[in-house]
Design a protein around this ligand. Structure first.
Ligand code: URA
Length: 208
């Protein structure tokens, strides 16, 4: 089950607010961050814990701390940046790797124009963030870049997924789990998710 739809009422409420055509840039940005926090909370639910003893005011006490792999968050430019601070609120120690992809208008394939990965990806959990899983071309390419550099635990967070993108991601990377706030109806002829959110990058940055 690589694509997991979060059904928590807060998530359902907030994704509905984002669909309002007249939403302001400020509200779109704020709610995107709130959703990113909630998705990150779900996507980290299986992080392993280890017992640690510390000095409490009342004496030694055994507590639990997250053990194991470090995290890199991977925003796909540009819209992925809109989710970054929300995820970092939940995983404040994470390092950030950035990938820039644009679609080649002849081949329709994603082409990389920027990448900056943190080191030792083989020791890290990677959490790719991009608000819209439409054709999934950028997500599939980014997951492959991470795997090519040794990463064995690749996860993804999106706000809205199209069934076409879900199927494509599952076919290309059955091991990559993706958490989403909604799975919508379909893609239109221009590759927009219907009903979707419109152009998430433009709405986050106030362009257009
Ligand atoms: N990217 C967007 O911003 N919106 C879509 O609907 C599809 C891709």
């Amino acid at each position: 089950m690589p694509v997991i739809q979060i059904t928590h009422p807060l998530v359902r409420h907030k994704i509905g607010l984002l669909r309002e055509a007249g939403i302001t840039t400020r509200d779109f940005r704020a709610i995107t961050q709130e959703l990113a926090r909630l998705l990150a909370y779900e996507a980290t639910a299986d992080f392993p814990l280890q017992p640690v003893t510390l000095q409490c005011w009342s004496g030694p006490v055994q507590v639990e701390q997250i053990q194991g792999r470090k995290v890199t968050v991977v925003p796909i430019l540009r819209a992925g940046l809109g989710m970054l601070d929300g995820v970092l609120d939940i995983v404040p120690g994470a390092k950030v790797s950035v990938v820039g992809l644009s679609r080649n208008h002849e081949t329709l394939q994603p082409e990389r124009y920027f990448e900056k990965f943190v080191g030792h990806l083989e020791q890290r959990t990677a959490i790719i963030i991009d608000p819209m899983l439409a054709t999934a071309g950028s997500m599939i390419a980014t997951a492959q870049l991470l795997k090519d550099r040794g990463c064995t635990d690749v996860r993804a967070l999106v706000l809205v997924a199209a069934p076409e993108g879900v199927a494509a991601l599952q076919a290309a990377h059955p091991d990559v789990r993706c958490w989403t706030a909604a799975i919508d109806s379909h893609l239109d002829a221009n590759g927009y998710i219907i009903p979707g959110l419109g152009d998430a990058g433009d709405k986050l940055f106030g362009t257009k």
